[in-house]
Structures are given as structure tokens and as C-alpha cells.
Design a binder for this molecule. Structure first.
Ligand SMILES: NC(=O)c1ccc[n+]([C@@H]2O[C@H](COP(=O)([O-])OP(=O)(O)OC[C@H]3O[C@@H](n4cnc5c(N)ncnc54)[C@H](OP(=O)(O)O)[C@@H]3O)[C@@H](O)[C@H]2O)c1
Length: 316
């Protein structure tokens, strides 16, 4: 048995939860211990966590019983859902409900819910400036997370809502890397106009979450928005030009054009960028670089992230 406060981490084998797990394990004197939830305890990532000292437990967010078992005896939990595995906002809502119920049954003292805005508060379904998707959503992977906020509050779970930002890692893994135009020049293509995109290194999300657990009580009931920087498309392209040593342009397209790109999730992302562009003052204002850095003093800027990751950006 450990006398440390155990943090049960959904998504510990992934980007957000992995950042939190690493932050806890790199600070052995910090008073916290990692319990990693995974469906695949034999996977390479789960084994790597175990080798570094994490307790690895099998749990499926679709199965409340398994989550309750995984939460029992823990102090806190990091709760997240992965929309991109199934593209179902209803499934995200159901998984959030399962985690909220499990957190209540296990009597957790502090839960962090990784959330985003329910954009329908800004763009109601009848507002046709952007299309309604899958019947009742504007930005499905945002809306369901925002709608789920109340599930934790209603269950009486002591919760901090963590409002995340666009991962800069999307320039590596998410198909948003700079691509060559017909003129052979590299360009990042975003429908953001001259608005600012709040971004962050995915690893830093979990590291900020660690800062929230360390602060404890004072963070309960709060919504904390974090970013590593708020950059325009032009600014990101200029920083990439410097990092890659080759000209990168910002190719501005309309949200309509982005929605029509045809890859899975293009409409959802087109609406997402439009929300961020059209409500830019709100969107950027809700995410603080200063607070993120106070929670995580090693918070990376875009330039620092690029310097560490430029070789991984798949430029052909
Ligand atoms: N890309 C962005 O810019 C961005 C920005 C903000 C927020 N987000 C949100 O971040 C989420 C993805 O987070 P991520 O990037 O950390 O994910 P990720 O790296 O793709 O990893 C997904 C994690 O979720 C776990 N998981 C998924 N379904 C599960 C289930 N049924 N039961 C137990 N564990 C499950 C996986 O665990 P196992 O496979 O080991 O079971 C894995 O650890 C998405 O919902 C997305 O909307 C993304």
C-alpha cells in the first residue's frame, strides 16, 4: 500500500493522460501515485507505464463497474473521452456519465474533467451560419464534452473542469501538417482568417492537470482554461518557416471549404475552427497562458515545441 494520493488516470496510455502520468512519476516526492486505466494492459504503452512504476488496471469507460473498481481507493481521477476513436458524441456523454457515477461511488476527493465548450450556447441549432451535424450538434466533439460538465456537478463530484486547447501535435499526427501546393511551396491550411488559435503541446495538458491536483481544494468547482500560446495562422507559419528552414505559408480557406475537404471529421473541424474564429475574443480569453504556466512552469511555447518536434512533422 502507498501512503501517496493515488490519481486514477483515464487515457494514461494516450496524450493527455500520459502527460499527467509522466508528470506525477517524475516527481516522486510530490505525494501522488499513478493508477493507469487501460483496456489493454499488455500494450506497449501500458507496459512502459508499469515499468516506470505506475499501477496499471484494466477498465473500459463503457463499463461503469470496471471504472468504479478502478477508482476505488484513489484520491482523485483524470477523466477524459476520446471522440476520435468512434466519432460519437452520445458515446462521449455516456462515458462521462459512467465516470461521474464511478467517481461518486468511489468517493473521490478531486476529479479533473477534460472538457471543451458546448458551442450550441453560442450557435444554437437553428442558427444556420454553420450546419447542424448528426441531428443535434454544431461541433460534435466539443458539444458533448461541454454538455457533460453538468454530469459531474449533478453527481456531487468535487470537480475541476479543464478547458483544453488545440494540440500543436496536430501538425504531426492529425493530417494538418504543412503540405505542398501546386507551386511546390509548403502551407498550413486553416479556416481561421486572422484570428488567434489557442494551442498547446498535448503533453502540457496533463502537466497542467498535475498542477491542479497539487493545488487541490482551491481548484474544486473551477473551470480552468489553458493554452501554451495564442497564435494566428501567419504567426504559426512564420515560426514553422524558421524551425523547418523552409518557407511555410498560411493558406487561409473558408470554413465552408474546410468542411468540404471530405476526410472523416472535416465538417466537425470546419465548424470548430469557425466557432474559434467567430467568437475569438471569448475563445482566447477563456484560455490563459499565464495560468497554464503557473500550473506547469515547464509549459512550452510554440517555438519551443517546434524545436523539439520539427523532425517529426511529416513534410514531404
Ligand atoms: N487533437 C486536439 O487538438 C485536441 C484538443 C483538445 C481536446 N482533444 C480531445 O482529446 C481527446 C483525445 O485525447 P488524447 O489525445 O489524449 O487521446 P489519445 O492519445 O488518442 O489516447 C486515447 C486514450 O483514451 C483511452 N480510451 C479510449 N477509449 C477508452 C475506453 N472505452 N476505455 C478506456 N480507455 C479508453 C485509450 O486507452 P487504451 O487504448 O489504452 O484503452 C487512450 O489512453 C479527444 O476526445 C479530443 O476531442 C483533442
Amino acid at each position: 500500500m502507498t501512503d501517496k494520493k493515488i490519481i486514477a488516470i483515464a487515457g494514461a496510455t494516450g496524450a493527455q493522460g500520459g502527460g499527467l502520468a509522466r508528470a506525477i512519476m517524475e516527481d516522486p516526492a510530490g505525494g501522488f501515485a499513478v493508477r493507469a486505466l487501460t483496456r489493454k494492459p499488455d500494450s506497449e504503452k501500458a507496459r512502459a507505464l508499469s515499468e516506470r512504476g505506475a499501477e496499471v488496471v484494466t477498465a473500459d469507460l463503457d463499463d461503469t463497474e470496471s471504472v468504479t473498481r478502478a477508482f476505488r481507493g484513489a484520491w482523485g481521477a483524470y477523466c477524459m473521452t476520446n471522440f476520435w476513436e468512434h466519432f460519437s458524441p452520445e458515446k462521449e456523454l455516456a462515458q462521462a456519465a459512467n465516470m461521474a457515477q464511478a467517481a461518486r461511488e468511489a468517493g473521490l476527493r478531486h476529479v479533473i474533467w477534460s472538457t471543451l465548450e458546448d458551442t450550441r450556447k453560442w450557435v444554437p441549432l437553428e442558427d444556420d451560419r454553420m450546419p447542424t451535424l448528426m441531428g443535434k450538434w454544431k461541433v460534435p466533439h466539443f458539444d458533448a464534452k461541454g454538455e457533460a460538465n453538468h454530469l459531474f456537478a449533478d453527481a456531487g463530484v468535487p470537480t475541476t473542469n479543464l478547458l483544453t486547447s488545440f494540440y500543436w501535435d496536430n501538425f504531426i499526427y492529425f493530417g494538418l501538417e504543412p503540405k505542398r501546393g501546386p507551386d511546390g511551396v509548403l502551407a498550413i491550411t486553416l479556416p481561421m482568417g486572422s484570428a488567434r488559435l489557442s494551442g498547446i503541446a498535448a503533453e502540457d495538458i496533463g502537466r497542467c492537470a498535475y498542477g491542479i491536483f497539487r493545488r487541490g481544494e482551491e481548484m474544486i468547482g473551477r473551470t480552468v482554461g489553458i493554452a501554451g500560446g495564442h497564435l494566428t495562422g501567419e504567426e504559426m507559419a512564420k515560426a514553422m518557416t524558421r524551425a523547418l528552414g523552409e518557407e511555410v505559408h498560411y493558406a487561409e480557406v473558408t470554413p465552408e471549404a474546410f468542411r468540404s475537404f471530405g476526410f472523416p471529421g472535416a465538417e466537425d473541424l470546419g465548424n470548430m475552427f469557425q466557432f474559434k474564429r467567430d467568437f475569438n475574443d471569448y475563445y482566447v480569453g477563456a484560455r490563459s497562458v499565464d495560468e497554464a504556466r503557473a500550473l506547469n512552469p515547464e509549459l512550452q511555447t510554440f517555438e519551443q515545441w517546434l524545436e523539439r518536434n520539427k523532425e517529426r512533422i511529416p513534410v514531404a
